[in-house]
Design a protein around this ligand. Structure first.
Ligand SMILES: *[C@@H]1O[C@H](CO)[C@@H](O)[C@H](O)[C@H]1NC(C)=O
Ligand SMILES: *[C@@H]1O[C@H](CO)[C@@H](O)[C@H](O)[C@H]1NC(C)=O
Length: 155
């Protein structure tokens, strides 16, 4: 009986953990195995950057520059009654001073779907920032938010 409950619990967790990858600009850490649903590098649930340290790969942008950000729903867990969304933010490296640049609703697309959004870098002060994407699941059976970050410098 106990074993059965554990097995059922594991099955539910496996089915319900939605994942998020950020392809461009490339997420911190690696993107290993992102063409398969459930990639470890896309299962980051700790704010603001999933515990991934600052990358050496910092892209330089001008304020008011337009940029196409490409993310992937690595593993779907859309809940029809409470659909979630993907959010595109810019923030200080510690996650403070967050500004949402845009949003895409989760319409229940399958795992591995790509989403692209054109964002405009705000006229912030020059310096280092994170470009943060969030998969807000609004699904009680899944972690509430998945995070990815890319490091940027606004000049
Ligand atoms: C950026 O995009 C906005 C909105 O689509 C557009 O109005 C603006 O001209 C673009 N800026 C540049 C520098 O291309
Ligand atoms: C982003 O902007 C470019 C240039 O204006 C346009 O060609 C492209 O379709 C836009 N992409 C999206 C996902 O809106």
């Amino acid at each position: 009986m106990f074993t059965l409950k554990v097995a059922v619990f594991v099955a539910i967790v496996a089915v319900c953990s939605a994942h998020l990858c950020m392809l461009s600009p490339a997420q911190r850490g690696s993107l290993m195995g992102f063409n398969k649903a459930g990639a470890n590098d896309c299962f980051l649930v700790k704010s603001p950057c999933g515990g991934r340290p600052k990358s050496d790969n910092v892209i330089t942008l001008r304020s008011m520059q337009n940029l196409t950000v490409v993310i992937q729903k690595n593993l779907d867990h859309w809940a029809k009654a409470t659909p979630g969304q993907f959010k595109f933010n810019i923030a200080q490296p510690d996650g403070s001073g967050i500004q949402t640049l845009g949003m895409i609703p989760d319409m229940g697309e399958p795992s591995l779907t790509l989403y692209a959004l054109n964002v405009t870098i705000p006229s912030s002060s020059a310096g280092n920032y994170i470009l943060q994407t969030e998969y807000v699941t609004k699904n009680a059976q899944a972690p509430p938010v998945f995070y990815q970050c890319a490091d940027i410098m606004i000049m």
